[in-house]
Design a protein around this ligand. Structure first.
Ligand SMILES: [Zn+2]
Length: 168
């Protein structure tokens, strides 16, 4: 179900967008490179808001960028994917790089998927699901998943064996 915003909220939204011939750049506040739109005391991701104006967002999906420009809100550069698509996309990009990911890249990635600075304390069900799917599809070993998510190998092991996070 699409979110309905009042006209003045929409005006406020588009005032913060600078359209280039390709990307529509968010010139308002950013968090981790993503545009942030404050609405009803909530900080919404601007690219999510933008896509929600033209199509219904499914709650289990995440909004991904085709263009890899985090602050781009051009709906034609956005698509709804699963956490798994998102992770696979990241893995593909990581593999494409000459070297393995740096610590910083892993940190950013793990924060983007778990939404937490310390994933051990605040692991999101979507991240748990993504880990299990990656493992099931043999995309990465348990040890690599642990590295990617910035978690202990033993923590990931117990998640993959369904010893913890049994409810998802
Ligand atoms: Zn773009």
């Amino acid at each position: 179900m699409a979110l309905i915003y009042e006209q003045r909220a929409l005006t406020r939204f588009w005032e913060k967008v600078e359209k280039t011939p390709s990307c529509w750049l968010w010139v308002g506040g950013l968090s981790k490179g993503y545009g942030i739109f404050s609405y009803q005391r909530k900080s919404l991701r601007a690219h999510r808001v933008s896509l929600s104006l033209v199509q219904d967002l499914l709650p289990e999906k995440v909004v991904c960028h085709r263009c890899d420009v985090r602050n781009c809100v051009n709906p034609s550069h956005l698509f709804q994917g699963s956490q798994k698509d998102n992770v696979q996309d990241m893995i593909k990009k990581g593999r494409g790089a000459k070297q393995n990911w740096t610590r910083e890249q892993r940190k950013v990635f793990s924060e983007s998927i778990t939404g937490a600075k310390n994933p051990n304390s605040k692991l999101y069900p979507a991240a748990v699901q993504a880990m299990r799917e990656i493992y099931k599809d043999k995309l990465l070993s348990g040890r690599k998943i642990a590295l990617l998510f910035g978690l202990d190998h033993s923590t990931v092991g117990s998640i993959l064996r369904h010893e913890t996070w049994t409810h998802c």
